[in-house]
Design a protein around this ligand. Sequence first.
Ligand code: SAH
Ligand code: SF4
Length: 412
Amino acid sequence: MPPSPADLADLAGASSTTPLTTEAGTAVDTEATTPRPASRRDRPTTLYDLTPAQLEKRVLALGEKTWRATQILDWVYDKKVTNYEEMANVPGALRAKLTDTLPFATMVLEREAITDNGDTAKMLYRTFDGQFVETVLMLYRDRATVCVSCQVGCAVGCAFCATGIGGLMRNLTAGEMVQQTVDAARRASELGRPLTNLVMMGMGEPLQNYVDTMRFIGIIHDPRAMNFGARRITISTSGIVPRIDALALEPYQVNLAVSLHAPDDELRSRLVPINRRYPIAELMAACDRYIAATGRRISFEYALMNGINNSDEIARALGRLLHGRLCHVNIIPFNPVEMLDFERPDPAGIERFAEILRSMGIPTTVRYSRGVEIAAACGQLRAQHERGLDGGQRTEQRTGMRSPTIPLAHVS
Ligand code: SAH
Ligand code: SF4
């Protein structure tokens, strides 16, 4: 369905404050202060948190036959219903028991912004504990990709990233990630498209929320649940070395993207502070082990910032660092972030950087921004929320989301 004029107006000005389809249907209280995130213990387990085997156990414990779980899974992951009521062939008594004991989902879709003639949709969710999370669905000619968030904020604090500005609020649960994915798949199918790819390039560092991220992948990958192919999933990391090693041992054949952004420790430590803990030599050694163990190519992401990491000399140093590795470089021209002073190089400068890498034998792609307006609109959405939440004053930006234009070619 093409976007309505209201959608586009919303994008352009983000002036409407009408929340979209919400199960609970509650609007945000803009007069309240941003609540503290709930502790792990207080985060409810939802239907989306359960593996098919766990759902069978639940159903059994409620006095029903295990095959009822298969019916429920079909409603959730195939028909993609949003509540128990719609599960027509599940007995009313079981539906009632499930409603009482197992919430269907906890996140409420607060806003949706659409751009690119309806090809990019950005969802802003409110979690049960009042945090804000963003998910992006991008439709391309040959694929539809969802960009999933795994944390509210991020502890890594990269110098150029909006998400890291306020630090980490909390990890998202596997169920909250599953909900983002199923909602995006439903949205894509409403637009007549199957969801084909998933990138963990939203808010947060997936390898610092390792357990729930793996659990999430396990659920969506499970043939009895969403049956989403692991090779169509990309995990992006700032370089958490021990977890790269752990990932190589996982049974899922997911793709790995490593956010490099600089070829030397001095510069990388300034841009990606985790580099002080896991410097480039250790990171590259982990990448080599990963490639050796999995036989899979790594994508290196490189956010190009004018006057920071885009000189010819740096391009050559990057080429030397990556030479001989089974890899690919994705250059992401810097996406402007409110409150941060970095700027993107001009198109000729971006191409020149890419060309130097190519001339050194490094496969390189430039990911030009798509849907820049929507990133701006969503920044406004969040900023509006933040301003509303503190009574009209500008507040620290707690959560962020880069443009949905991060490198995607490697997952096509
Ligand atoms: N935490 C993970 C995944 C989320 S960030 C990671 O850092 O890899 C996804 C990608 O967007 C990363 O490569 C990140 O460095 C990049 N990114 C963040 N802010 C950006 C910005 N303002 N402009 C361009 N790329 C950005
Ligand atoms: Fe965290 Fe990734 Fe942003 Fe760095 S770029 S602050 S690791 S989300």
